[in-house]
Structures are given as structure tokens and as C-alpha cells.
Ligand binder design. Structure first.
Ligand SMILES: CC(C)(COP(=O)(O)OP(=O)(O)OC[C@H]1O[C@@H](n2cnc3c(N)ncnc32)[C@H](O)[C@@H]1OP(=O)(O)O)[C@@H](O)C(=O)NCCC(=O)NCCS
Length: 175
């Protein structure tokens, strides 16, 4: 498998993965009604805006095997400004369900961390729903530090969302 920067031609598959992975990941957590309302076309527009803008502050990566993309990640500047050393953020990371737990997530994050470091960032933060089993990806596989938990709303329901952080991209990359 290889990880590379996403291009405009990847918009369709990124949007498809985004919606498909939301549905498989959050079914039983977020309401069916909300999940059913998610549209690939909306995500296409969103990712098209990002990928067609030169020097967009969000950087997107895809992971592929034999020219078939099965996952993506998006990173950029940390949004809260609460953690001065943790200036980078993993905004999204999604793989098709049948491609999970095969190392693609780790490779995406490794590449994203390298590129963030090249751009001058020092740390990394990610938000994950408390009920999402993928929390263990950040805790166990990537050794992230729990930072805080906040209440958020999705489709009219309340959820707890946890932030995990890495203060040093150098350390993160060398692991
Ligand atoms: C989370 C995600 C990006 C991780 O990528 P991945 O390719 O599946 O993970 P990797 O194979 O690189 O690493 C897996 C390791 O993480 C840890 N882990 C534990 N529970 C996990 C879980 N439910 N999902 C993923 N990783 C988990 C384990 O150490 C696991 O190793 P193992 O499979 O040998 O037990 C991917 O599973 C995914 O797209 N999940 C659904 C969408 C999602 O929740 N995204 C995150 C939103 S914040």
C-alpha cells in the first residue's frame, strides 16, 4: 500500500469513503435518520473545494493499493488554539470498513505527521467520539495522551467527544 497526497481526481472516492465509513462507524451511535441524510454529493463538493484550492490550509492524503484508494486523512492547523505546543490537527481519517485493521490508518497518520513537521508544525491533536471504538487506535496504537472531553451535538443528539494529543511530532514520527 502507498500513501500519497490527494489530487482532484480523488474527490469522488474520498467523498464515497467519507460517507460509507460514517455509516458503518456511527451506526448504533448516531441516529439512523442523520446517517441516512448524509449525501456523497455534499462531501464531494466539500472535498472539491479543498483540493481545487491552491495552497489550501488543509492537506489531504489517500492510501491506495494497486491504484485503488481505500482511505484518506486530512490535516491542518489545530482549531481551538488551547494547546500552544499542539499546533497541528488530524481533522479526519476514514477507511472503508473492509480495509480497516490492516495498517492503512497508521501509514496515513505517519505520512501526515511527516508533512506537518515539514510545514513547521510541532504537535498533533485529534477529536474522537467517546463511543467510537476507534478511540483505541489513538490510545493503543498511537499512544496519544487524553487531553479533554467536551459535549457536542450531532443530528440533535448529544455526545461526548475526546481530544487526544501528541506534544512532539518528532517523537511521534520516531515511534
Ligand atoms: C480508525 C482507523 C482510521 C484506523 O485505521 P486502521 O487501518 O484500521 O488501523 P491500523 O491497522 O493502522 O491500526 C490498528 C490498531 O489500532 C488499534 N485499535 C484498537 N481498536 C481499534 C479499532 N476499533 N479500530 C482501529 N484500530 C484499533 C489496535 O492496536 C490495532 O491493531 P490490531 O488491529 O493489530 O489490533 C480506521 O479503523 C477507520 O477508518 N475507522 C472507522 C472511521 C473512524 O472511526 N475514524 C476515526 C474518526 S475520529
Amino acid at each position: 500500500m502507498i500513501v500519497r497526497l490527494a489530487q482532484l481526481k480523488d474527490v469522488q472516492v474520498i467523498a464515497d469513503i467519507h460517507v460509507a465509513s460514517w455509516k458503518t462507524t456511527y451506526r448504533g451511535i448516531v441516529s439512523e435518520e442523520y446517517l441516512d441524510s448524509l449525501k456523497v454529493e455534499d462531501r464531494q463538493e466539500m472535498w472539491k473545494r479543498v483540493l481545487s484550492t491552491e495552497n489550501h490550509p488543509t492537506t489531504v492524503f489517500v492510501v491506495e493499493e494497486e491504484d485503488t484508494v481505500f482511505g484518506f486523512a486530512a490535516v491542518g492547523k489545530e482549531r481551538t488554539g488551547k494547546y500552544p505546543e499542539i499546533d497541528g490537527e488530524l481533522y479526519a481519517i476514514y477507511l472503508y470498513e473492509n480495509a480497516q485493521r490492516k495498517g492503512g490508518g497508521k501509514q496515513l497518520v505517519a505520512k501526515a505527521a511527516e508533512v506537518l513537521k515539514e510545514k513547521g508544525y510541532h504537535g498533533l491533536l485529534v477529536w474522537v467520539l467517546d463511543d467510537n471504538p476507534a478511540k483505541r487506535f489513538y490510545e493503543e496504537a498511537l499512544n496519544g495522551e487524553f487531553l479533554e472531553s467536551v459535549d457536542i451535538e450531532i443530528g440533535g443528539q448529544s455526545f461526548k467527544e475526546a481530544a487526544y494529543g501528541w506534544y512532539s511530532l518528532d517523537q511521534f514520527i520516531s515511534r
